[in-house]
Design a protein around this ligand. Structure first.
Ligand SMILES: [Zn+2]
Length: 410
């Protein structure tokens, strides 16, 4: 059993932090300690929602700004394990109300570390007070004794295209908070990972892509060729609420409608018309590719005002020709798509073939009227680098998911 919680260190204009002396609650595992404000994340609540609720309930404050620094993972032989989402908050009043869990006190920044607290808390409090943004740690106790404290902070690695100057990116495995087979940046919402960790991973990915929204358009991908013109009605946060689309591609010309697709070997494509401000995100597995999803995507961009010669395509990390073994039926379908001009994209190996699907996708875009110099390959073969990317084939399906996202903003 793992309990998700939040903790928040609120700062006022005098550079003081609000500590709660836990002396009122019965059977409080934090009894006598001086800690930040926070509590258990309730069912159907996100960490962001929880921290705002807890701060208001315990202090009466509604700070304007909250920032999630990361997740402190507590392991204990005595209590349930805990994922503690570590926040700071600022831009607030300093008149606090009476708190039923203890006494609230504003403490000067240089004195915060002198107040009695859990031994392990000092390890994340110190960088927090020093202004470090990202803090992810594993803290392990035997009884009340700290036996391990590991700083596991990693920067998020998001790949970008030089052809796209609006917020966008292709995610990698690096910089998230998931564990085990999902280590560390899993964006897949239906793969068995912990929901709140996936939400935190999404927040990090959207931030690193430059997308200033927590809502985006995504859906269930079915390896077909349907492309949907997305509007604000399609927006939802990770895990909803709101209906999921059933679709493999999206285009839009609207601002603040980020488009996202999931991948783990299939070819992700981000489309961008800089002249007319139209964007697209397309999931090109081999089935969608031979069903010509690319034509549907380009056609829909044209209905929104694009000209083919202005459309840039960034083709992201996917399984390469080195690793993508397919049967003759796939080769036949590719030859049909490219009108017999497909021989340079595959090699025969025994009874099977090795297929360069990213090359096929690029060739198809050129046939559809995109300029070769407006097409860029970003990233590497996912299966050759399973430490950097999620690869469905390498992991035999025991995996997380990457995503690609693009958005028009003001
Ligand atoms: Zn490979």
């Amino acid at each position: 059993m793992m309990i998700p919680t939040t903790i928040c260190y609120i700062k006022n204009a005098k550079d003081q932090y609000l500590l709660l002396h836990r002396i009122k609650k019965k059977e409080d595992i934090n009894a006598g300690k001086w800690i930040g404000v926070g509590g258990k994340i309730e069912e159907n609540e996100t960490p962001d929602q929880c921290v705002r609720r807890e701060v208001f309930e315990e202090t009466g404050l509604r700070p304007k700004n909250f920032y999630c620094h990361g997740v402190i993972k507590f392991i204990s032989d005595r209590y349930d394990d805990e994922d503690m989402y570590l926040y700071s908050a600022w831009d607030t009043e300093d008149n606090v109300k009476e708190c039923n869990e203890g006494e609230l006190k504003w403490v000067d920044k240089d004195e915060v570390l002198e107040y009695p607290t859990w031994e392990g808390d000092l390890y994340f409090l110190k960088p927090l007070l020093e202004g470090r943004k990202r803090i992810d740690m594993i803290v392990e106790y035997k009884g009340d004794k700290l036996i391990r404290c590991e700083d596991i902070t990693e920067d998020v690695v998001t790949l970008k295209s030089s052809l796209i100057d609006c917020p966008h990116g292709f995610s990698t495995r690096t910089g998230g908070v998931s564990d085990g087979i999902f280590h560390s940046l899993n964006l897949g919402m239906n793969r068995g990972d912990d929901k709140l960790r996936v939400i935190e991973n999404w927040n990090r990915f959207l931030d690193s892509a430059g997308v200033n929204s927590r809502e985006f358009v995504c859906g269930e991908q079915v390896h077909e060729n349907n492309v949907h013109i997305a509007t604000k009605d399609d927006l939802r946060p990770a895990y909803g609420p709101g209906e999921m689309n059933v679709c493999d591609g999206y285009v839009t010309n609207l601002k603040a409608v980020p488009l996202a697709i999931f991948i783990a070997d299939c070819v992700p494509v981000l489309l961008y018309d800089r002249e007319n401000k139209v964007i697209g995100a397309v999931h090109c597995g081999w089935r969608s590719t031979v069903a010509d999803i690319q034509k549907n995507a380009v056609d829909k961009m044209v209905t929104l005002g694009s000209k083919e010669k202005n459309i840039a395509a960034a083709i992201g990390p996917a399984i390469g020709k080195c690793c993508f073994e397919v049967g003759p039926e796939v080769i036949e379908a590719v030859e049909k798509l490219l009108g017999g001009d497909a021989t340079s994209f595959y090699t025969k190996r025994g009874e099977k073939y090795l297929l360069d699907l990213r090359g096929v996708v690029k060739q198809r875009f050129i046939e559809l009227g995109l300029k070769e110099e407006n097409i860029e390959l970003v990233g590497e073969c996912t299966m050759c680098h399973p430490d950097r990317y999620w690869s469905h084939r390498y992991t035999k399906g025991e995996r997380g998911s990457m995503a690609a996202v693009i958005a028009l903003q003001d």
